[in-house]
Structure formats: C-alpha cells, structure tokens
Design a protein around this ligand. Structure first.
Ligand code: ZN
Length: 465
C-alpha cells in the first residue's frame, strides 16, 4: 500500500513537472544547410585565430544545451536536403528527394503548421530560394523536391505570415510544363510582395508577406557574403525584420524557421572562405534571435541544427601544418566568381598567356603566393595545370551549384590546404550534425543521447499549449 502511495506521489510530481516545464511562446528554429561539426569547429577556430570581440554565449556554439543528431534518410546513409528537411520539419524519415511525406508517400503535418494552428505567427525564411528543400519541408508536400512550381503554389496556400528568400525556381510553371503564375496565387491569398531591402521594414498593415530578393547576382541565393555587398538582403537583417513583424502582430507568440542555405553551396564547391562568410552570417543571424531572447528569456527558445553535412570538411589535412584559418581572410571572392574571373583572364590572354599574369591574379584575389607563401613545387604544379588548361587537357569540375575550371579547382585545393582544411567530397557526407539550444524549454533537449533528426519536431510539438 505504501509503495502504491509513493508511486502515486512520484507520478503526481512528475506530471506537475511536465506541466510546469517551460513552454516557450517564441520559438526560433535555425537550420544551417550542410553545417556539420567540422563547419562549426572551423567557425570557432576562425574566431579564435582572428580575434573574437564578442563575449561568450554570443555565438550559438556556446549555448548551454548541445547534442548530436543523426541525418540518414529512410533509403540512404547519406541524406539529401529533402529527406532531411522532412525529418526536421515533420518528424518522419523519408526517402531522398521527398518533401513533407513519409516513405510510403503519406502526407505529414509540419511543426510550422502545428505552430500556426496553435495561434502563433509563422515565418519561414532562407538565404536561398524559398522553394528549396529545407524551407519547402515546412509548408509543402510533394513526392519530388524538383516540383518547384507546385511547392511555390503550396506556399501561397500555407497561410503562413511571412515567407522570405531569394526567389522561386519556377514561378511561371515553365520547368513543370504547366501554365501558372504563383505571384497571382500569393496575391489572391492575401500576400503583399516585398522586394530586397525594402523588407527591412516590413509593412505592418500587410496581412501576409512574401519577401524576395531583388535581382541578385544569382537567383538561387540572396548573394554570397564573401562576394561583398551587392545590395542584396542579408539573413541577420531578415531575422530582425521578421521578429519585428511577428512580435507586434501575435500576442500568442511566433515560430520562425531561418535557414543558412548557402553554407551548403560552399560545401559543394569546397570553397573555404566562402563557407566562413556564410558561417559568420549564420552566427550573426542567430545573434539577432539571441538579442530578442535576452529581452524575453522566460518565453523564448532558440534551437540550432543542420540537415546534413556537406563537403566532408575537416580541420587538419595531411601535409599541412595545422589550422591557419586567419588565411581565410585573404580571399575576397567566392570560388564561383574566382573561376569566372580566371576564365575571362585566360580568354583575354589567349594561348600565349604568361604564368606571371595568372600568378598576379591569384595573389591579388586569394593572397596565395604573397601573404600565404607557396613552395616552388606547389607553384610548379599550378604552372603545369595552367598549361593543361591552355592545351584543353584540364577538364572542368562540375559540382551541384557551379562549374569550375580545372585550374581554379587546383588553386582552391591548395588554398584549403594552406588554411589547414580538408574536404572529402563535392556532395553531402553521412556525418552527424550538431544541435544547440538556449531558453525556455531547452532542457527538453537534454539527456536525449545521440538524437534522431526526427526527434526535434516531436519535442517541439510537445511544447504547444
Ligand atoms: Zn541540405
């Protein structure tokens, strides 16, 4: 009898603890696309190498709760962004390529939709296209991530308060071979369309907002950070504007998913300085949420994770002296722009191109050969590669988002090496990814062990009152 009474009391206390567990009103869900442990450790080491002026806990990797997350999909040890996005948004493993449905093509309900149903405002934002796999997983249900027109259309029907990103990949149904105009659909659903930096002050009187970049350097992103200020939107400013917009409109709170989408592009390209630019931007975007958290600490939860790792990035590469991430500051362009500029240079010089001209270009753009010293052997290898390009033996290297000339690719392998960074692939790896959390409800992610990515939306779902 005594045991029964004790177990009753214990159960009662447990139930009370669950009921009293902090339930966040404001939830930030940050996803670094392709951001593995290597990428986060590189960011940390980069700040250490270049002088970090920000106090501890101002970087997301200093948040008090941390964990490790599996990324494999239902049909592959190496997930793609669609299956991983579905896991993170809907809590179910699915097959690569599928969005918002399980492996048996049964439609799922995303955590964003559940948050909307709970009376919260919802914003889905990305530094890449808004119909890309990660953001799409929060509002769309399609058997193929390439059904961009259908995804965009489902965004218009989502009822979410704010959708923000670079652009759409198929707004008029050209790729889908159907006639359509998603802009008309968004308008019919009550969305006000805002472009570029006009969105930094979102119209409070708009019932819903679709926010897209202006004509940026590339339509697939809001512009790469390393390429400098092209008048594009930035992820931290998007987060700040999103907070402002939702906070005033929703006394019941909000849910915001913000994706650092171009981290993945840089992993695919094996572009170390491009990657660091995107990582710093992602860190700064989280800091916007952190500032909000400091004003509402008992009501705000911030979680950060990734859908998968891209590039197989590691600190330390055979033959290199060790991480020298200060060298990342020498580059002023992305690898994609470097390759374009080098192609133009070679074209202008013709078959009589002098190595000294190319060397000067490499020095000026990457600091390679000046600030970063190279050995005669390394220089000799690049000279041979130049001749291979001139003689059409050196073939282009095609990765998911770019096509690099042969010489650029070799230069970037050397540049990564000089930074002490190694890459294993131009695709995704099967490595796990990190998880970080701070704020109300963060403790629910503690003691989870090595988490499945599907656990995250389930735990968030348990916080809906
Ligand atoms: Zn991805």
């Amino acid at each position: 009898m005594k045991t029964i009474r004790y177990s009753f009391v214990a159960t009662f206390i447990l139930l009370c603890a669950v009921a009293w567990a902090a339930t966040p009103k404001y939830i930030f869900y940050f996803i670094g696309d392709g951001m593995g442990l290597g990428q986060v450790q590189a960011l940390r080491t980069y700040f250490k190498a270049t002088g970090d002026t920000l106090a501890p806990t101002m970087h997301f990797y200093d948040f008090p709760v941390a964990g490790i997350v599996s990324t494999y999909s239902a049909d592959s040890d190496i997930t793609d962004s669609a299956a991983a996005g579905t896991a993170l948004a809907c809590g179910s493993k699915t097959r690569n390529g599928m969005i918002g449905m399980d492996a048996d093509t049964v439609a799922l309900t995303s955590i964003a939709k559940k948050m909307k149903a709970s009376g919260r405002g919802v914003a889905i934002m990305s530094s890449v296209c808004i119909d890309d796999a990660t953001p799409a997983s929060f509002y769309a249900t399609v058997p193929s991530r390439h059904q961009y027109h259908s995804i965009a259309s489902q965004g218009a029907a989502s009822g979410f308060d704010l959708l923000a990103g670079a652009y759409f990949r198929d707004p008029y149904g050209v790729r889908a071979h159907t006639q359509g105009n998603v802009f008309a659909e968004y308008q019919a659903s009550g969305y006000t369309v805002v472009r570029g930096r006009d969105g930094y002050t979102l119209p409070q009187d708009a019932s819903r907002v679709l926010w897209l970049d202006n004509d940026s350097t590339t339509e697939n992103t809001i512009g790469y950070v390393v390429d400098g200020d092209n008048g594009d939107m930035s992820l931290p400013c998007m987060v700040r504007a999103g907070i402002e917009y939702l906070y005033k409109r929703y006394p019941r709170g909000f849910f915001m998913m913000a994706e650092g989408g171009a981290i993945d592009h840089m992993g695919h390209s094996n572009d170390p300085s491009g990657l660091m630019g995107e990582m710093c931007e992602f860190d700064a975007a989280v800091r916007e949420a952190y500032e909000f958290y400091k004003r509402h600490p008992r009501e705000t939860l911030i979680i950060i994770t990734a859908d998968h790792e891209t590039g197989g990035l590691s600190l330390g590469v055979e033959g290199s002296k060790g991480p020298a991430l200060n060298n990342l500051q020498c580059a002023h362009v992305s690898k994609a722009q470097f390759s374009n500029a080098l192609r133009d240079l070679l074209k202008s010089q013709g078959s009589k191109v002098e190595w000294s001209v190319v060397r000067q270009f490499i020095e000026n753009t990457l600091g390679l050969g000046s600030t970063i010293t190279i050995t005669p052997g390394e220089e000799g290898a690049l000279m041979i590669a130049l001749q291979d390009v001139v003689d059409s033996r050196g073939k282009d290297v095609k990765t998911l988002y770019a096509n690099f000339d042969y010489l650029t690719n070799l230069i970037y392998i050397l540049y990564s090496h000089k930074c002490g960074l190694g890459w294993t692939t131009y695709s995704h790896s099967g490595n796990p990814v990190p998880f970080f959390a701070i704020g109300a409800g963060a403790e629910r992610f503690e003691n989870q062990g090595w988490m499945e990515n599907t656990a995250i939306p389930h735990i968030l779902g348990g916080m809906i009152k």
